[in-house]
Design a protein around this ligand. Structure first.
Ligand code: MG
Length: 289
């Protein structure tokens, strides 16, 4: 674990070394396809930039659709992050503090049960399935499947629905204040929280704790992402970086007219390049360029 969370005396305005000459930054990053390679999930090509952030005591926050259990497992192994935002902004872990801006877990369960009772087909969720069942459905190994099943505020459904079933489930989700989001492989019951809201909650929490006070100016928020569900986070950042895909054209993200860097390489290679570029040029606000 980095000193940022484990040492309560740590403060961003009292870092060591070069940081005294730098404006303070904080970095929020998507994982899959952004810091992690799309195919092999490696962050190794970003090793240099990660080490530079650590040397400068710049906090790094993961923002992902993964569960907190999955993020903790990654961080326990690699010690990359100072904070974790999981389930697309629905749940946050800062040290021992867990916050859940997403819907209550009981609401997710009530909605899934109501859908199951209303439909004439079997309906399960990751939350109610065994690791073996999740592994069979997803192709994950058993350990990964167990981590993917530990969900706070969203639940991918395991079912074989018709369009009628989907529409009925969407209506029931809405009655519970939830939505049913159609992903690549699953329909997921979830709330309306997004990554930007979770980012603001983390920033407010850290400011309240006195941990985001720069020596000579405001703290600049850097956000990096690769897909439409990162757009709100990039829009809310001071410095937005879009990471292109390994194959095909970069998606057009709705950034509300906000300018953003497009990294020259996909995945962790692009991540590495852009963090160095931003720190080399002391860019504090892309809109001022
Ligand atoms: Mg991604």
């Amino acid at each position: 674990m980095l000193p940022f969370l484990s040492d309560p005396a740590f403060c961003l305005n009292k870092p060591h070394g070069l940081m005294n000459h730098h404006p303070a930054f904080i970095v929020f990053t998507d994982l899959d396809g952004t810091l992690l390679d799309h195919d092999d999930y490696s962050w190794a090509p970003a090793r240099d930039a990660l080490a530079r952030l650590r040397d400068l005591a710049i906090p790094l926050i993961a923002v992902s659709s993964k569960t907190l259990a999955e993020l903790h497992a990654l961080n326990d192994r690699d010690s990359l992050f100072d904070g974790l935002i999981g389930e697309n902004g629905g749940v946050i872990a800062l040290g021992n503090i867990v916050m859940q801006p997403g819907p209550a877990t009981a609401t997710i369960d009530q909605a899934r049960n109501a859908i199951s009772q209303a439909l004439d087909i079997p309906v399960a969720g990751f939350r109610t399935s065994t690791p073996h069942q999740i592994a069979t459905t997803t192709g994950l190994d058993l350990t990964s499947a167990a981590l993917a099943g530990q969900r706070h505020c969203s639940d991918p459904l395991i079912w074989q629905p018709s369009e009628y079933h989907i529409q009925t489930a969407i209506d029931i989700a809405r009655q519970h204040g939830l939505q049913l989001v159609r992903g690549g492989r699953f329909h997921t019951l979830c709330g309306t929280t997004d990554k930007a809201l979770a980012m603001q909650i983390v920033l407010t929490h850290l400011k309240d704790k006195g941990r985001l006070t720069a020596n000579d100016g405001p703290v600049s928020v850097i956000a990096l992402g690769d897909s439409p569900n990162d757009a709100s986070m990039l829009r809310a950042a001071d410095i937005a970086v879009q990471i292109p895909p390994k194959r095909g054209m970069p998606p057009i993200l709705d950034l509300g007219g906000k300018p953003a860097f497009l990294a020259p390489h996909p995945g962790p290679q692009g991540w590495n390049h852009m963090i160095h570029h931003i720190l080399d040029h002391q860019i504090s606000d892309i809109t001022a360029r």
